[in-house]
Design a binder for this molecule. Structure first.
Ligand code: LHQ
Length: 266
């Protein structure tokens, strides 16, 4: 998937106005991950990272769900005694996707159009700005099948909503409706269903037209903060601001402000 506009059955990918739109497309199974989806999604994300024409990514799902996580039919032990190594599954299929989203030097926006469950919920939460339709819900259903949250869930949830809520929704499997998720700070905004894609598209297009230096460095700095003390983070900001002021966007941004015009970022 290296062309501007590429499409597989399961993952659709299109570039428009500097935004790579990536859609999980297995609606009859609420976009639950079957094996080829991982490779196609990872390829689309890696293309987005590498392609200079892409300045922001917008991830969503087709149909009434965003993503129901792993397709459980594919990872079912054939007999009660058969052992399935889910650690290997995570390392091979899920962790590279979360890492790519997290480390890509471009903002990744997620438009959660419906239910987001299991790895599907945590994939959404790994994105930089998460918008959700008011009808959407976030569920950590792992406890129903004897597992623990994965795909970054045990790191992302406490960071976003605190330990008390993270533990309760993981241990109880309680669904969190989009509006409550926004109230808790798990996501950025809950929107009327029909407003989701227009708002997400406008937001992504606006980011794509912004300074790619700012986008990359803001993401890098905020990502790094959780493993740093304030003193260490002050050093990170100094180093990254030095890098920012060395790039042409700074001069252009200040000139545009002084001349009362819109900046024309490189
Ligand atoms: C599904 C699924 C699904 C297959 C809906 N699989 N078919 C990583 C590494 C390795 C292994 C394990 O895990 C992980 C990470 C994970 O993601 S584990 C968590 C996996 N996900 C779940 O446990 C969620 C299972 N799904 C549900 O609980 C419900 O489907 C939810 C609450 C998401 C939605 O409920 P409803 O709105 O009532 O829809 P539904 O249950 O009727 O689903 C619609 C169809 O989608 C249905 O198929 P069918 O052929 O009967 O119409 C479901 O079987 C299918 N589907 N999730 N994960």
């Amino acid at each position: 998937m290296t062309d501007d506009n590429t499409q597989s059955d399961l993952i659709q990918s299109t570039i428009r106005d500097g935004v790579q739109f990536i859609t999980l497309n297995r609606p009859e199974k609420l976009n639950a991950f079957c094996e080829p989806m991982h490779a196609h999604l990872l390829a689309a994300l890696r293309d987005a990272t590498k392609n200079d024409a892409v300045r922001a990514v917008l991830l969503t799902g087709s149909g009434r769900g965003f993503c129901a996580g792993q397709d459980l039919a594919e990872r079912m032990p054939a007999t009660p005694n058969e052992k399935v190594d889910l650690g290997e599954t995570l390392e091979k299929f899920y962790n590279p996707i979360v890492r790519e989203i997290r480390h890509m030097p471009k903002p990744v926006i997620c438009a959660v159009n419906g239910i987001a469950a299991g790895a599907g919920a945590n994939l959404a939460l790994a994105c930089d700005i998460v918008l959700a339709a008011k009808s959407a819900k976030f569920i950590q259903p792992f406890r129903n099948i004897g597992l623990l949250p994965d795909s970054g869930g045990t790191w992302l949830l406490p960071a976003l909503i605190g330990e008390a809520r993270a533990k309760a929704i993981s241990l109880l499997g309680t669904p969190v409706a989009a509006e409550l998720a926004a109230e808790w700070g798990m996501i950025w905004q809950a929107l009327d269903d029909e407003a989701l894609m227009p708002t997400a598209t406008e937001l992504a297009t606006g980011l794509a037209a912004g300074s790619k230096v700012s986008n990359a460095l803001i993401k890098q700095a905020i990502n790094s903060s959780s493993s740093k003390t304030l003193d260490e983070q002050l050093d990170v900001e100094r180093d990254l601001q030095r890098k920012a002021s060395d790039a042409p966007d700074y001069a252009e941004g200040v000139a545009a402000f002084m001349e009362k015009r819109k900046p024309n970022f490189s």
